[in-house]
Design a protein around this ligand. Structure first.
Ligand code: SAM
Length: 303
């Protein structure tokens, strides 16, 4: 059975929504409420020392604050007003790494409930076009509420199967960046782990991996796409490195980008360009991120 140890305790991460406020304003607000700001973390172990009302700024992500595991902001004004987003650190990586340009066209392929969409919009400063798709109408309606609260305005939501979105449609002709965070086993979620981990039904994993690979291949079909970030909250190589390897084999025009050289946990060999996350090594839920980029056109000398 599942035993909680020190390593299993995940701190509470709070992303500052820069569409509505600033890091400084959130820190000041919390200080006035009796929280004690300890500055920017300098190493992972600093996060283990958080208790009561102390908080830190994250080591890797600028707009992320870190609190002790017991802190709950669900009833807090800053959360209700959309000034802060309650989002695990690992799930902030995809939008941060994709880093779309202000004013660019971006697709969030499997977007609901939309935390990554709102993060993308913040990076884009609400300028440009953010096409967000999801198959599940109920999750999309939750997403509308969340985006409204977060002040996101550059999005266009569609209740649509991403696999049926036509890459040749003129609507998407300027899309350069795609975030793909498809359905997965969820085996990285610490709260689910004891229920699903060892006994993941092999057939289910295979079906998920097939779906994930189809989505990733589909993302690469958009004519102007330069960068695709693929992420899951799964710890299974079958849904992570194996999907990415198969995709690269089928799409020689794309290659992996070496992500965050200082990040402590890498994709399984040989895909060390990718990132993994875990409670033990990164104090987050289990997570995987890969970034594929289009290879530059070959010059005559290289041919
Ligand atoms: N990116 C979201 C976020 O950060 O809030 C979480 C996405 S969740 C891991 C995966 C989503 O994919 C689910 O909401 C599911 O409904 C959606 N989905 C599953 N199959 C899909 C498909 N074929 N096309 C579009 N969305 C799909």
């Amino acid at each position: 059975s599942f035993q909680q140890t020190q390593d299993d305790v995940i701190p509470r991460y709070v992303r500052v929504n820069t569409l509505k406020t600033t890091l400084e304003d959130v820190i000041d607000y919390l200080k006035r409420e009796g929280f004690s700001y300890q500055g920017t973390a300098s190493r992972l172990e600093d996060l283990d020392c958080l208790s009561g009302k102390t908080f830190l700024r994250d080591l890797h992500l600028q707009d992320l604050l870190v609190f002790s595991a017991k802190t709950d902001f669900h009833d807090h004004f800053l959360y209700k007003a959309g000034h802060i987003i309650l989002q695990d650190k690992a799930s902030c990586l995809p939008a941060f790494l994709l880093n779309p340009q202000v004013g660019s066209h971006v697709i969030d392929a499997c977007a609901a409930p939309g935390n990554k969409t709102s993060h993308l919009a913040a990076i884009m400063k609400n300028k440009g076009k953010l096409f967000a798709f999801d198959l599940d109408a109920k999750r999309l309606s939750t997403m509308s509420t969340l985006l409204l609260r977060a002040g996101v305005t550059c999005h266009q939501l569609a209740n649509q199967d991403f696999l049926k979105v036509d890459p040749q449609s003129s609507e998407y002709k300027e899309v350069e960046s795609i975030l793909l965070d498809p359905s997965c086993s969820g085996s990285g979620m610490v709260c689910l782990r004891d229920e699903v981990s060892e006994q993941q039904d092999e057939g289910r994993l295979q079906a998920l991996a097939t779906f994930q690979l189809r989505c990733l291949n589909h993302a690469l079909q958009f004519p102007q796409v330069q960068r695709v970030v693929y992420s899951t909250c799964s710890i299974h190589a079958q849904e992570n490195e194996e999907v990415v390897s198969a995709c690269l084999q089928q799409n020689p025009g794309f290659r992996l980008v070496h992500l965050l050289p200082n990040w402590p946990e890498r994709g399984h060999e040989p895909l060390s360009q990718c990132l993994r996350a875990s409670t033990a090594k990164t104090r987050t839920h289990g997570f995987f991120v890969a970034m594929l980029e289009r290879r530059p056109p070959q010059t005559d000398e290289e041919n």
